[in-house]
Every structure is written in structure tokens, then in C-alpha cells.
Design a protein around this ligand. Sequence first.
Ligand SMILES: Cc1cc2nc3c(=O)[nH]c(=O)nc-3n(C[C@H](O)[C@H](O)[C@H](O)COP(=O)(O)O)c2cc1C
Length: 354
Amino acid sequence: MNPTQAFLAQLSLRYPIIQAPMAGVSTPRLAAEVSNAGALGSLGLGASNAAQARKMLDEARGLTRGPINANVFCHVPPRRDPAREAAWLQHLAPLFAQANITPPSGLEEIYKSFNEDEDMFRMLLEFRPEVVSFHFGLPSSERIAAFHDAGVYTMATATSPLEARAIENAGIKAIVAQGFEAGGHRGVFDQEAPDEQLSTAVLVRLLAKQTRLPIIAAGGVMDGLAIRAMLDLGAAAAQLGTAFILCPESSATPAHRANMKSERAGVTRMTAVISGREARGIVNRLIEHGEAPGSPRPAAYPNAYDAAKQLNAAAAKAGNHEFAAQWAGQGAPLAREMSAAEMVRTLAEEMGDK
Ligand SMILES: Cc1cc2nc3c(=O)[nH]c(=O)nc-3n(C[C@H](O)[C@H](O)[C@H](O)COP(=O)(O)O)c2cc1C
């Protein structure tokens, strides 16, 4: 069995295609439609508490008997730094003024790390999705063992050979190799460590030499030809995020969709300005302002995201979407608008698998 055949058999999939978990954009319907079409549907639960996540999982389970991937964030919680937060809020003050609201006096840790969320862990262990995947780091060895004992398959994102080694040493079953092209948050473990910003193709080749674990190529894969190319390079499957944003089943906002369909889709940037962590999105006024020469360092993740979300909520009410997080990868101009089922069918056909 080649790596792809083994991966398909392991998860009872028809196609080596994973719809990426996308917190805020993936929905139970999107995941279910993808799974019903023979690929792996994912739910991004990183921005949810246990009760909200359970509701999404229940909804997805009600719509499909196929496999579901539940994705959580394992970031190191931020060290509070009031001076850094105040400087950041001060820097954003002109944008808050534009949105006609007073800046908050402090920033909240709006997302709890899975590593500190006992309720989420217990809920997932009870629900037992077919797959649980980790972004921004790894959970404890006890939690990984508990998932495996419960029959749950595990995956984690690596952006470098070093992170891939840590994932393998932790006993995780598959590695999501995320290249610099990718839309959304870069899954780096340690934001202070040097980052080679490896492309998806180079990372997949490096990992193919280093490990026998299944490698899932993520970043810039927009059609069946690119999936085929990644399999040729040694990946067992590909994970696509940006390609699914325009599906009617996603919860992408109308403004996000409009930009994805405009020339602006071709201008994305990796930036920590929106959330406090590096992520790739369509360039807008907030990114430009936050990256202007002389700007202070953004507040830590996810505290900077608190500021951006408050700013966007107020501005969006007045029809201004220039402060929104519109995550998208370098391949965004190649995104197509079609139903999730049609997308999976199209990708499979293009790969040469009919
Ligand atoms: C809108 C959006 C949201 C994302 N949210 C998550 C997430 O919650 N968890 C995660 O592991 N990856 C997330 N990602 C990254 C994807 O898992 C994947 O690495 C990426 O989409 C691959 O690159 P592509 O967008 O070029 O296909 C997100 C990507 C996008 C575009």
C-alpha cells in the first residue's frame, strides 16, 4: 500500500482530500457535505468553548455518518504585558476613532488554549470524532494517549522539520505540512524561534526524507493538479482551506467573498497585526496601518485579535470592512465558487480519479 492508500483506508475516505479546519469560516454543513462526498470534513473549534464546539459537532454528526476532524489550538497562553497592550491600543486609536468607538481600556484573552481547557478535552473524548487535529503546538502526552485509547486518529500542523520531529516524537499519527503560501494562521509552535518560511513543496520533500508518518500537504493547493503534484512529492493527502472559502456552505462574510472574487485576492500578506500571530490574509487598511514603519509590536495572540474584532464589529456595522480578518492563501485568485460536494467531485476529477 502506498501512503495515500494507507491513509484512505485508515479513515475510510474515498479521496485524499481534507477540507481544512477554518475557525470562523468552516461550518458543520461544510464539513458534513465534504465528508458525504468522500473527503475529510473539518471543524475549526479553536475559537469556541466546549459547549459551542459540542453543538457544532452534533450538528455535523446529524448531517453525515462520514469521518469528522475536530481541530483545536494548542498555543502557549500569552504572558500579559500591559505596556505592550497599551502601546498597541494607542497605535490603533485613529482606527477606533474612524469606527466611532472608544478603544477598550485593556485586551482580553479571547481564545483559551486547548492545553488549558479541560471541558473541551472531556467533551472531545466523549464525542470521539474520527480525527482530532492540533494547531500552534501539541497537547500533553496524557491527552494524546487518551485520544488514541478512545480510537481517535490524531494530526498536528508542522511548518518546519523541527516541529515535525516533535509531532512524531509525541506519537501523533499524521503531520500536516503547512507551507508559507497557506491562508490563515501559520501553525508555528514558538513564535520567537527563527522561521525559514518554507514553501509547501519544499516542506513536503524534507518531511518525506525525515519521516514515515503520513504527510498532509497544506498551502497553495487549489485544484486537482496541485493535489496530484503533492502526492507525487510524497504527501499522503492534501489539506485545502482557501479553495473552500467560496463554497455556499462556508460562513465567510459577504465582504470576504467579494474580495476573494476581486483583484484584491491576489494581494495577501503574512502578518501578526490582526491577531498577534502570523497569519495570511487579504491586505486591508488594518494590516497596512499596523505594519506602517514605526509601528509598535502588536499585542500578543490572542489579545491583539480582541482589538481587531472590536474594531471590525463597529466598523462593519457602518459598512466598512477594512478592519476584518479575511484569511486567504496565495492561491486565492484560483478559488472557485461551487458547492462543497461539487468541489470535492471537481478536485477528484482533476486529480485523475473518477
Ligand atoms: C479562513 C481560514 C481559516 C483557517 N483556520 C484554521 C484553523 O482554525 N485551524 C487550523 O489548523 N488551520 C486553519 N487554517 C489553515 C488551514 O488549516 C491550512 O493550513 C491552509 O488553509 C492551507 O492553505 P490554503 O489556504 O492555501 O489551502 C485556516 C485557513 C483559512 C484560509
